[in-house]
Design a binder for this molecule. Sequence first.
Ligand code: G3I
Length: 471
Amino acid sequence: MTFKKSAIGIALGATLLGAGFTSAIAAEPTIRELAKERGRFIGTILNSEWFNDDIEPEFEEIHKTQFNVVVAENEMKFDATEPAENEFNFTKGDKMVEYAKANKIRVRGHALAWHSQVAAWVSSNYAGQKEKLLAVLKNHIEKVVGHYKGQVAEWDVVNEAINDEYNADWRSSGSVWYEGIGAEFLDSAFVWAHKADPNAELCYNDYSLEWGLREGSKASFVVEQVKRWKKNGIPITCVGTQTHIEIAHETTPQNVRALAKAFAELGVTLNITELDIGFPKGESGKLTAADYAKQGHLYRQFMDVFLEEPNMGEFVIWGLTDAHSWLDEQQGKTEGLLYDKQYKPKPAYDSIMVSLKEHPAANVVSPYSDIEIVDPIDTTGTDSTDVGDSTIAVRTVAGLAGSLSMHVSGHTLFIAGAKAAKVDVFDMQGRSVFSGKCEKGFVELNGIPEGLYVARVRSGSASLAKRIAIK
Ligand code: G3I
């Protein structure tokens, strides 16, 4: 079915202006511009209606203008990608990846091993058969992650594997994977995903983590598991806190901050992966300006935490417009998103913008050292050291870097993979702040103020450029 333009569509011009959409007319930056400057990703899902070409045209216009990370609401889940045994359907996932490429948007993959939305054939053919189930899950992960290798930046490898009891433990009923395999399916899933795409970020994702660290809580359980996984060499790199909350849940932003700090100690990124802040459905039609302001205040607190914690990378909202949200359909909640049913930005949108503006790029650390910064000049792989005085652009081109690698600690830049290398460091406006040779495996960048920079290392024909944070 194709969406027929309704009265909603007619409001397009006015609402987009409010969102800082038409840059020629409105000078306001977009969320994605401010996110990009800060080395972060802020995004939302593509609703199932988008995949079915059954959504208002302003949905995509706003989506690609305002956001730089995307997730499929349902189309990369098991039942969508492997509806029959070993018969894969990537049509809708491919559609999203193409869209993301065309609009320079990062892709999250959701979700590989989950008890829900598993194709019916898995249980009917193999329930309780450990070896068979292991083979099914391995094949699924290899084929799906392999298909999207290099195109999906991050996967929810395991989703919602913890139960809802007061004392958290693995979800032992209602999960074909746990019931048939046991907890080892989790470890294996990460190993298979890493093998299929060694460069992808791999997350454990769950809800109710925002209820905080306390004995027996889901959040504490995940922290303990991540410790164990890291100790055992399981290739987990990130945790996702879904964060489906209500307007009354005022303590949750600070709980997420505490969680970020706990994962920072383990060298793991924390992402907000499915945020929505709903009102009870019964209040629909009775909500006041003060209610929307309160919702905005909560969104802002989450954004503040996100920008202030150095190991947070992605801030994803589970929906763009209140016109299309699982909250109304399945949750008895309503109006939890940034845009109202007419695609008009709500106070929540403004609050997020305020937070971004009050956290200048120089103060926000990116957890992604090899983030791609494009536009307007690509210096990598050329001999030119003249990067002009506009924003530097760096693209790490596969193959060019050879065995070169680098990381920074304090003011010391460590370089591996070359006996001698030429090192240049530029500020975010592209001005050279350091130029020299590295012959001992490191160079001291003393005298460079704390902040974000781009370091470029060249040795022979190999060239590597990365964003670095000097702290
Ligand atoms: O595809 C069928 C369609 O063939 C059928 O005609 C129709 C009739 O109901 O149902 C369609 O499937 C629905 C599917 O969404 C696709 O639209 C399911 O009934 C419905 O249950 C399913 O809901 C999704 C839900 O996950 C399922 O668990 C929501 O759209 C989606 O927003 C939601 O997303 C989850 C995350 O993946 C994980 N975290 C929680 C989050 C919210 O529940």
